[in-house]
Design a protein around this ligand. Sequence first.
Ligand SMILES: Cc1ncc(COP(=O)(O)O)c(C=O)c1O
Length: 343
Amino acid sequence: MWDVIDLRSDTVTRPTAAMLAAMSTAETGDDVYGEDPTVHALEGRVAELLGHEAGLFTVSGSLANVLGVRSLVAPGQELLCEERAHVVRAELGAHAAWQGVTTRTWSDPRGHVDLDAVRRLMTPDAGPYMVSTAAVAVENTHNFAGGTVQPLAALRELRALVDPVGVRLHLDGARLWNAHVATGVALADYGRLFDTVAVCLSKGLGAPVGSVLVGSAAAMAEARVWRKRLGAGWRQAGVLAAAGLYALDHHVDRLADDHAHARLIAETVAAADPAVVDLAAVETNVVLLDVGDRAAGLVERAAAEGVLTGTVGPGLVRLITHLDVTAEDAKRAAGVLAALVRP
Ligand SMILES: Cc1ncc(COP(=O)(O)O)c(C=O)c1O
């Protein structure tokens, strides 16, 4: 009998014994009073890694995005992003519901920044009738586009494009670690191009909870106030921050294994039916299978064989490798999925 292989998301990992040990010995204090040394250590460490002044530890990536966008976009102003960006598709309208942000989007098959579209859409200081663009959000890696990496040159061009008109940039870097490991680009080289950056500790890095938002000291001080206002101040959060620090020490470089496992699955499936997977788009730990009306049946049949997957769009099955997927698991999952897609 096999163990279930859960490829629905990289959020399903459980803390390792060593991570739990680090959590159990964490020094803590009341973080609402700003007295938790482990939270301070985590916030400082992530800010430095990303080339920013200050950080704020949050319960989720969604909250880090909400607070980051809030610091850049006022109610009634607009945020531009790709149409499948998590901020616009998967946060339950949080940016509109909490803070009156409107969005317009461009579409790119890989989820990349489209500089021409930004040029066309962007209307800073639009006057008394039109919505003014305040910021652009970029997702790296791009989840619903299949874990694709944003080309650094385009991000640099985006910065140069928005700077003269005062439009700001937010990076949803939930999986920026994966982009860093896949490309070798330093985290700070990505981070410094943006005004605010949100990164997740509870996805590829395997912490049970938590994200960090980074930006200027002033922006993070304001975000701290809004985090509390939204009811998300926390007390002895050092227990959770310790998991994040442990993950930064031990779980970043190993993302290369997740990428290799995703590639193995993608190549095995492509050998069975090349039409369902775009191998060039498999850059990190996400694989999309474009199986049309077979999607629901495929998810069900794979689950019956102990391989859990999910759908992320019409006909699109998504698999994500992570810390709890071994090389053996990847091989078995690849075999199961290949047999199911074979025409
Ligand atoms: C790209 C991206 N951004 C943000 C988030 C939100 O993170 P959370 O689930 O912690 O709110 C996710 C979650 O999967 C994500 O994939």
